[in-house]
Design a binder for this molecule. Structure first.
Ligand code: FAD
Length: 445
């Protein structure tokens, strides 16, 4: 009996998923393993875990509908996959080439565990470009985004593959199941985003596609992206596709294809070009992460946090614009790009806290956490790793420019609502100490 094992990680979709391309064995064993260390060391906060579980539940339903299944386990991913492959006598494990260093190391460990009993096939996917289409070797990737963009400008992005109609059946003796989230992490099961965020994210391929459809064809908000992309309040100032892209519920090629279809109907515009430009930033950080390896996370073990760091996490620095951002992050698991840049810059350049602590906090909180984009953007702001120059944002100036009436500050810091609209709402203020959230565990990287 030929059994192929598909090991899913950040590619939780059926459409445009290279792992389901080409002939599969008579039986298919598809597995996702939640790394138990992420639960233990606090790296995976309740919002991200809740979103991830929604993605897994939805994907399992889609796989069942196609005659297959999805097994979800908690443990050491490499150990679990190796055990399953051995127990079921799988002939091959297919896995995607994820850009993070830990993810790559896991594949090397799996190869080592399986020796020559079962082959490991690593496939690329989820991106606009393939390594074969890059005009340079990954080792020779330019250090900066602008040079990267110039070099890839003329490359035609990959087209998305269709969704498989059926899948091979589940191996008769293989275990099945997806643990209930309330047993894995009751806090994540209870977690609900604050409605103040103005948008409800639901994990899974269908919800991602619905958002993409709505953004392009429903509300049509894409047509003003160039003007609104620095927004702070509302559902449609930017695409909000990042959580689905990060978990692989949708690929960059799918977004690009949909954008192309929209441009065919409406003509290309500054807005559609700008959205594609942002997708290219993602592309750049992903390829850069492959080049950087462990350097992406900084050169030493991350230090423990102190008072200023914990005040920043709690949204109690005393600067309303920063506090609003940090509270939105804690209460919704998401943050606009403008707010991310400002809270990150404030931590690194004003509070002079080690950038890796901030990146680790984002890793815990963001439902769109993706190793390459998160650590890459933090390194960019801090001027670390491959980024020779730091990027500092003057937070008060930014607050007055992007939030001139202080609406964003008041939305997340209602204590300010008695102040007149305008600059007064951005003046530094003081807080009573609070107890949420718990201090961050030290990074184990
Ligand atoms: C400190 C910091 C940390 C970040 N961490 C993450 C992260 O963990 N995961 C993540 O997806 N993005 C991260 N970003 C990038 C960016 O803030 C988000 O991708 C964006 O805000 C998501 O909102 P959106 O989907 O509406 O983006 P849109 O503005 O609609 O852009 C469309 C897509 O382009 C990509 N994109 C846009 N800007 C960037 C960027 N600067 N870098 C990489 N990709 C980009 C995203 O996939 C995004 O979904 C970070 C930025 C900063 C400054």
């Amino acid at each position: 009996m030929n059994i192929d094992l598909v090991w899913l990680r950040q590619d939780l979709r059926l459409a445009d998923n290279p792992l389901f391309d080409g002939p599969l064995g008579e039986h298919l064993l598809c597995v996702y393993v939640l790394d138990e260390r992420w639960l233990a060391d606090g790296r995976l906060g309740p919002a991200r875990l809740g979103f991830l579980w929604q993605c897994l539940i939805e994907l399992r339903g889609r796989m069942l509908a196609r005659g297959s299944d999805l097994l979800v386990r908690i443990g050491d991913p490499v150990g679990e996959v190796a055990k399953l492959a051995a127990a079921e006598g799988a002939r091959c494990v297919r896995v995607r080439h994820d850009p993070g260093w830990e993810e790559r190391r896991a594949v090397d460990r799996l190869r080592h565990c399986l020796e020559d009993k079962c082959s490991v096939e690593v496939r690329e996917g989820g991106m606009l470009l393939s390594s074969a289409s890059l005009p340079m070797a990954i080792a020779a990737l330019p250090a900066g985004f602008s040079a990267f963009r110039r070099r890839v400008r003329d490359i035609v992005p990959q087209r998305a593959r269709p969704t498989p109609v059926t899948l091979p059946p589940w191996p008769p003796s293989a275990p099945r199941g997806l643990p209930a989230l309330r047993r894995v992490c009751p806090r994540a099961d209870r977690w609900r985003a604050s409605p103040r965020g103005g948008f409800r994210f639901t994990g899974g391929e269908a919800a991602g596609r619905a958002r993409l459809e709505d953004y392009l064809w429903g509300s049509g908000a894409v047509s003003h992206y160039a003007r609104t992309r620095n927004g702070l309040v509302g559902a449609d100032f930017s695409s909000r596709l990042s959580p689905w892209l990060a978990h692989g519920c949708m690929s960059a090629a799918q977004v690009n294809d949909a954008l192309h279809a929209w441009e065919t109907e409406h003509g290309d515009s500054e807005s559609s070009r700008w959205l594609r430009f942002e997708l290219l930033w993602r592309e750049y950080f992903h390829w850069a992460a492959r080049q950087d390896g462990r350097i992406l996370y900084g050169r030493k073990a991350a230090p423990l946090g102190g008072d200023p760091f914990e005040a920043w996490c709690r949204g109690e620095t005393g600067l309303p614009f920063v506090d609003a951002g940090m509270r939105e992050l804690a209460d919704t698991g998401w943050l606009s790009n403008r707010a991310r840049q400002n809270v990150a810059s404030y931590l690194v350049h004003d509070l002079e806290v080690d950038w890796r602590l901030g990146a680790a906090w984002f890793e815990r909180c963001l439902i769109d956490y993706d190793a390459a984009s998160n650590w890459g953007n933090w390194g960019y702001i801090a001027g670390q790793g491959r980024h020779v120059r730091a990027h500092r944002f003057e937070v008060l100036d930014q607050a007055e420019f992007y939030d001139p009436h202080g609406d964003y500050a008041v939305r997340w810091c209602p204590e300010l609502s008695s102040l007149p609209a305008g600059e007064a709402r951005h003046r530094p203020w003081r807080h009573a100490p609070a107890t949420f959230p718990p201090p961050l565990a030290p990074s184990t990287r």
